[in-house]
Design a protein around this ligand. Sequence first.
Ligand SMILES: Cc1ncc(COP(=O)(O)O)c(C=O)c1O
Length: 510
Amino acid sequence: MAAHLCLSQTPCYSFKPSSKQFLCANSSRISCSLEISAAQKNRRPAEEDIRDEARRHNVSQSSGLSAKYVPFNADPTSTEEYSLDDIVYRSRSGGLLDVQHDMEALKRFDGQYWKALFDSRVGKTTWPYGSGVWSKKEWVLPEIDSDDIVSAFEGNSNLFWAERFGKEVLDGMNDLWVKHCGISHTGSFKDLGMTVLVSQVSRLRKMNRAVLGVGCASTGDTSAALSAYCAAAGIPAFVFLPANRISIAQLVQPIANGAVVLSLDTDFDGCMRLIREVTAELPIYLANSLNSLRLEGQKTAAIEILQQFNWEVPDWVIVPGGNLGNIYAFYKGFKMCQELGLVDRMPRLVCAQAANANPLYLYYKSGWKDFTPVKASSTFASAIQIGDPVSIDRAVFALKNCDGIVEEATEEELMDATTLADLSGMFICPHTGVALSALIKLRKSGVIGRTDRTVVVSTAHGLKFTQSKTAYHSKEIEDMACRYANPPVQVNADFGSVMDVLKKKLSPLQ
Ligand SMILES: Cc1ncc(COP(=O)(O)O)c(C=O)c1O
């Protein structure tokens, strides 16, 4: 069915096919743009904020659309399901849950409708659509009241054309892009999922459900995002971190945002076990990606990539993987766009792991025969130092269904790739270095072609990882050549000494 379009932002908040607002302009772009300019003249009253304004325009439920929890990859005959307002993390059999949308209801609108709706919301301040996540609200949490949403207008991140890296490091690759999910509110892609989870918690608390706080185990970024969104909403946050295994920049974020920070003498997997036990006993809501709500936000990065390519599908998307929720989230975002007619095919996904924490890679290499958790060793890509990934089943499902690949990167490979990316004008985290290493290998083996449109997902901001960059450029890393190090030159503070250094540097360029 060709649905009715309403491209205006302000007067046409609610998603009600039957309402007069929804039917505005009968799909005419010209009349809609006239409405936009009329709306812009009507600034909201001075005493009103953007939440009040949304309330006045009744931006609430997307009528007719709904979502629920079901067991992940359930048997089609299964009737097990839960409301998103239930506090439940696992299925009856102990398996993972998934958020299932009423696809038939979403299909009442065609692909053109969804593209136009999503495109109309980008870059605005309209609550809550100014967020890259909530601009896709109907596909994320269709039933949440916009009043309950806790958002920092996350998402809408830069899709960076990696021109020099592609041409110089990858032998003339001309269609290489880096999706900078880490250029975000707390510096990682975790914001995309955390806005959804904390919004749902805010809703549950308003419903007087027993949720006194929210907790997570973390390799750094999840705790930063959880703490920030909880602080914004005034909800207590509890974070369990492996002592001495995360960067100082990551550790300081939850501290600064006022969370209760428990630094535990164990690794991430140990923290994860503890938080699951604790949240089973106390009225603390579990925020780890075991909780499928977060993946609903994270999947919007995939939709955004398609949107940024004007709804053209890239050939490859490479995602660094640890607990393996994100690779599934990307799959889900792309799949929804295909199923709802926004695009006609799926990209192939590559999950990239650090060789020191590679259970998925080993499983893939065994022909998906033999999954065994590993004891993850120390890696510069500390946020993916996970040996027993919670979302293993989700990742395998995603990769099998898009002809996906798993690659790995040694410490030297990932640090070299990170440095080369930085030397071409980026400033990436080591996890993105893992993904770029995978790309380098797949280009060398010819699996990824020179002209294939390829997106590397950058998951965190490089500024969180200055310790490893400093160690590399100081050539202080044991057993690593640090071939691309660019250490500062120690020079006497006099004209002659400075000139000598500069002449030496300039001479090869002449
Ligand atoms: C920076 C960064 N990259 C990648 C990942 C991996 O994501 P996932 O655990 O969903 O595989 C994480 C997760 O903690 C992360 O913080």
